[in-house]
Write a new protein. Structure first.
Length: 64
């Protein structure tokens, strides 16, 4: 079950240089993960990308 979450983290790490791509992949991830995985992803995203992509994270996780 956590394989999908690890896959999503890997993808987000690879696209983090591009804000538009990061947001696109994050939105896709939120659609396919279950609630507890989304919460873990949220915590991971803020810990790793809170400085550079805070606005994107705030936009995406308000809906989730």
């Amino acid at each position: 079950m956590m394989k999908m979450l690890n896959y999503v983290k890997n993808i987000l790490t690879r696209v983090s240089f591009d804000a538009r791509l990061f947001e696109k992949e994050l939105r896709k991830a939120i659609k396919v993960l279950i609630a507890e995985e989304i919460q873990e992803l949220r915590n991971w995203c803020y810990a790793n990308y809170g400085n550079e992509h805070r606005a994107i994270l705030n936009r995406c996780f308000v809906v989730a």
